[in-house]
Design a protein around this ligand. Structure first.
Ligand code: BTN
Length: 245
């Protein structure tokens, strides 16, 4: 992965470029990296603050031969790769908040946005967008994020080389992706659970239509979160915002 790298100083969103390249048929593993995104995209239609030089804003194109409904597994795989890469480089202990926010000391340092292109029920490409806060200081974040967001610099007290982080993320992604293609999701699921912050705890899941409070039982083989409410009903959560109560 990452044998072909498209580097640009300033882009709207690396996701957009990766989608275009995927349509043009570039090889699997092609990576798009930018110094700055002027309209970075987050999950659930949010924007993603992506200022110049202080973070890693990148999108990776994969073309796995897997059924469409298994694609969310790749987003969990990417979260594990990012955690491992941070552990390789720093003494920090990142945790994952479902589905794929990476937190350190309960503050978000990385977000992952996975998008798919499919033809009928065949996957054409999966675009994994990774946004990592690396060398920002707390005042570099917009005020409304300062409580919730952090960077590797803030948490470790040391400036971190962004190219080294990209390299480690790619190595970890490649190892996990090989494992996934050979052995399936089970080993990845085990790793994901070992880093997960919210399992066994009472959490609040806000979906588009609904808010469900319940105990996080675990994830299914497709990466869906299972929540048990007070009445004992188990809900399958496909996409939501999670708050730990
Ligand atoms: C989230 O909401 O947590 C996901 C954030 C994903 C941000 C990354 S930065 C690189 C890629 N390009 C984008 O526009 N978004 C993703």
């Amino acid at each position: 992965l990452g044998k072909m790298i498209h580097y640009q100083e300033s882009v709207e969103s690396t996701q957009k470029i990766a989608h275009q390249l995927a349509n043009e048929g570039v090889q699997e593993g092609t990576l798009v990296v930018a110094e700055e995104q002027v309209s970075g995209k987050g999950r659930l239609m949010r924007s993603w603050h992506s200022p110049k030089f202080s973070g890693i804003w990148m999108s990776l194109i994969l073309r796995p031969k897997i059924p469409l409904h298994e694609a969310p597994q790749l987003t969990l795989l990417a979260a594990v790769a990012v955690v491992q890469a941070i552990e390789d480089i720093t003494d920090l202990q990142p945790q994952i908040k479902w589905p794929n926010d990476i937190l350190i000391n309960r503050k978000k340092v990385t977000g992952i946005l996975t998008e798919m292109q499919a033809e009928s029920d065949r996957i054409h490409s999966v675009i994994i967008g990774i946004g990592m806060n690396i060398n920002q200081q707390i005042e570099d974040f917009p005020e409304d994020l300062q409580e919730k967001a952090s960077s590797l610099f803030i948490e470790s007290g040391e400036t971190v080389s962004r190219s080294k982080v990209i390299q480690r993320v790619l190595v970890r992604l490649e190892n996990l992706y090989d494992l996934y293609l050979q052995e399936g999701f089970m080993p990845i699921k085990g790793l994901w659970e070992s880093y997960a912050i919210s399992l066994g705890q009472v959490i609040k899941a806000s979906t588009v239509n609904d808010t469900i409070v319940g105990k996080a039982l675990g994830i299914t083989d497709a990466g869906v979160l299972l929540l048990e409410d007070k009445k004992g009903t188990v809900h399958s959560i496909y996409s939501a915002d999670i708050e730990i109560q």
